[in-house]
Ligand binder design. Structure first.
Ligand code: TXA
Ligand code: MG
Length: 313
């Protein structure tokens, strides 16, 4: 395994390795991803084992162009077109009915496929160089925090890959928003980098509230995105305890931004940093109870292992 700074030559090498069925860690604007050729079941199987991830947990397929996304779908509804045109390339994933070109192992046996065009130039260029769609989950071990810097990568993930392209910190810092458009009305399966209000504005219709019967996103667990230390949500972080706060930060604490996007961008890195010091627990000061904070609330609840009252979203 080699860790190199992303350059045109190394991006070309990443593409070559991916074509040979090897695994490569790539930067995206959301989090670092663990990439494999999505058309090769042998390569995709290696991703599941590197992550320690159960096989029913489907992966997002990343492509470089809108045309390539449409070709992987058996139906391309108006909602898909509207959202793709508004948010791609970017932190949005669309679940559509699959054309069957992507092998079943990628979608955990579902009839649908999740598609995304990442905005990060290194990721997009690597997809072009590979010349194939890339299955690319976040490059963390199953249930752990996603990496937003190369320094966050787990030794077992590093051991399973041939190459890591380093491009510094991920700007969005949390995963893409997953929207199911395979059936009407469109629904958010996982909040993420694009917020609900922006999606509804682009759709010009309200999103469905809860996933219907059989439409839950597999891989939505109540504990997920978690550091090693126990995480507890609280009104205030007492001085002397490790945690994330909005106020003055003590020595074991990190002061977080009051803007939800800026907060999200720093959340995983802050949890990784606190976790490195092996605290007994990490306290997180509750952010505002406001729709703009939906993604942050989702991730901190999951880090705390709290089930959401309205089920997984
Ligand atoms: O930002 C991101 O989305 C990152 C970067 C690397 O692109 N990727 C990522 O992938 O977060 P992953 O595998 O860690 O999360 C994929 C999510 C899971 O919640 C999974 O359940 C959902 O997408 N998903 C994938 N395929 C699906 C499908 N066919 N139907 C419903 N949900 C699906
Ligand atoms: Mg993940």
């Amino acid at each position: 395994m080699r860790i190199v700074e992303a350059s045109p030559d190394w991006i070309r090498e990443a593409g070559r390795l991916l074509r040979f069925g090897k695994l490569v860690v790539l930067p995206t604007e959301t989090v670092y991803g663990l990439a494999a050729d999505a058309t090769r079941p042998d390569a995709v199987a290696k991703v599941y084992s590197a992550k320690g991830r159960p096989a029913e947990n489907p992966m997002i397929v990343h492509v470089a162009e809108l045309e390539d996304a449409r070709n992987l779908a058996s139906e391309w509804p108006d909602a898909a077109e509207a959202l793709a045109r508004r948010f791609w390339p970017g932190p949005l994933t669309l679940v559509v009915r699959s054309s069957g070109r992507i092998p079943a192992i990628v979608a955990g046996g579902l009839q649908t496929v999740a598609l995304r065009i990442p905005e990060h130039p290194v990721a997009r260029e690597a997809i072009r160089e590979a010349g194939v769609p890339l299955a690319m989950p976040s490059a963390n071990r199953f249930m752990e925090l996603s990496p937003t810097r190369v320094g966050h990568l787990h030794p077992e993930v590093l051991a399973a890959v041939d190459l890591v392209l380093d491009a510094g910190s991920c700007q969005v810092g949390v995963e893409s928003t997953v929207v199911d458009v395979s059936d009407a009305p469109p629904r958010i399966l996982r909040p993420g980098g694009v917020n609900r209000a922006e999606i509804e504005a682009a759709l010009k219709e309200p999103l469905g509230s809860k996933p219907g019967q059989g439409r839950l996103s597999p891989g939505m667990y109540s504990r997920h995105y978690a550091p090693r230390a126990k995480v507890v949500l609280t009104e205030r972080v007492p001085s002397g305890e490790a945690g994330l706060t909005f106020g003055e930060a003590g020595p074991a604490q990190i002061r977080m931004p009051r803007d939800p996007s800026a907060y999200a961008a720093r959340l995983y890195d802050s949890l990784h940093r606190l976790d490195e010091r092996n605290p007994n627990r990490i306290l997180i000061e509750a952010p505002p109870d406001d729709p703009a904070w939906e993604t942050v609330w989702d991730r901190i609840r999951k880090a705390a292992g709290e089930t959401q009252p309205d089920g997984p979203t």
